[in-house]
Design a protein around this ligand. Structure first.
Ligand SMILES: Cc1ncc(COP(=O)(O)O)c(C=O)c1O
Length: 377
């Protein structure tokens, strides 16, 4: 599914040098190694502030806490995402309100968000937390309009979307504040856990800096209940090296996605969708979006049997995500039930992520498509 060693081998010496430089400075927490990465990251994304932190989950919590979304505030998000999109809202003390997804993009549906705002839980909604799932931004103009009309804050969950764009604006600079993850499988990845908050607001950035350091503005004077959510110097150094290559890596992913599209079409397997019949429904790049293909996710009939068939042939695949968040045991308290979000539930039954990483070879993609063709024949 993912061979991280192929990325590592050509970078070995450069990474060792960067890690060695951190050892020389003995600045292991934040400090110049992280500050240098933050400056380069902000410049690349075109945002005023980029602040390193301990993980994508903590980045989401920091963004919510910085925007003062706590007890009494509700935040609309998607049931079809990684757990942290919802758990971070709960950890901030706010209430998640869920809305269904669009079946084509798998991202939060603007119409469903509007309906949620008008529903009984919508009364106290102060923010929307959309996820740029699989590396494609949300359909931004609709969200911008809803936020403007209703006076809502937008917190981007950009964990999977480093380098993704809407009409030339990079994820991380679309909403009021955004959270990234550098978990090792992400397009831009650390050598461990790490994350980042981005914003164009000086006031929000100042609050994130305070909150990631135990709520301190002045050493040992705690203004608010912050947390230890700092980035390690080693992670900053590794990420600063990889930041130079992420543009080329994302381009490689785009070429791989185009080749999957062509291979499935040549095999006569590509269907119009949105749901699969006898072939597969391919992922789509929306007009206006620049997808960075963190994942290449098809919809397939008899998905679980197909996955077993691929495993038997040594082909990796993954299901992001097999159980929507409203059906998770840990989130029973939200009061939702099976059937509440039919698109998310259907996606959970049909999606299958195929191998996609910059070093994936053409013959490997052919093997994947041939095996799927064999299964479906
Ligand atoms: C959409 C989404 N949100 C949040 C996270 C949390 O990031 P992390 O694992 O770095 O805490 C992830 C990744 O794992 C993610 O994919």
């Amino acid at each position: 599914m993912l061979d991280l060693k192929r990325q590592y081998r050509p970078l070995h010496q450069e990474l060792m040098d960067a890690i060695g430089a951190v050892l020389q400075t003995q600045q292991f927490i934040l400090g110049e190694p992280v500050a240098a990465f933050e400056r380069a990251a902000a410049a690349q994304l075109g945002v005023a502030h980029a602040l390193g932190c301990s993980s994508g989950t903590d980045a989401l919590w920091l963004a919510l806490a910085a925007a003062q979304l706590g007890p009494g505030a509700a935040v609309v998000t998607t049931p079809f995402s990684f757990f942290a999109s919802v758990s971070s809202i709960l950890r901030a003390g706010a209430t998640p309100v869920l809305a269904d997804i669009d079946p084509v993009s798998f991202n939060l549906s603007p119409a469903a968000v509007s309906a949620a705002l008008d529903g009984p839980r919508g009364a106290v909604v102060r923010a929307i937390l959309p996820v740029h799932l699989y590396g494609q931004t949300i359909e931004w103009p609709s969200f911008a309009r809803i936020a403007y009309e209703r006076g809502l804050i937008i917190i981007e969950d950009a964990a999977q979307a480093w380098g993704a764009e809407w009409n030339g604006v990079k994820a991380g600079g679309l909403g009021d504040i955004a959270a990234f993850s550098f978990y090792p499988t992400k397009n831009l990845s650390a050598a461990g856990d790490a994350g980042m908050v981005t914003t164009n607001s000086d006031a929000l950035a100042e609050r994130v800096k305070m909150l990631r350091q135990q709520g301190m503005r002045r050493r040992y004077y705690h203004d608010e209940l912050g947390w230890n959510a700092r980035m390690d110097g080693f992670q900053g150094a590794v990420l600063a090296v990889k930041l130079k290559y992420i543009g080329a890596w994302n381009e490689a992913r785009r070429a791989l996605a185009a080749r999957y599209h062509a291979l499935f079409a040549q095999a006569g397997l590509a269907e119009a969708g949105p749901y699969p019949m006898n072939g597969v429904v391919l992922p789509r790049e929306l007009p206006g979006a620049r997808h960075v293909w963190h994942q290449y996710v098809i919809r397939a009939p008899r998905r679980d049997a197909l996955r077993e068939f691929l495993i038997a042939r040594g082909i990796g695949s993954e299901i992001y995500y097999p159980l929507p968040l409203h059906q998770q045991k840990a989130l029973k308290g939200l009061g939702y039930a099976a059937g509440d979000f039919p698109e998310a539930e259907r996606a959970a039954r049909e999606v299958l992520a195929l191998p996609i990483f910059p070093e994936l070879r053409e013959d490997e993609q052919q093997t994947v498509v041939s095996a799927i063709a064999e299964f479906l024949s």
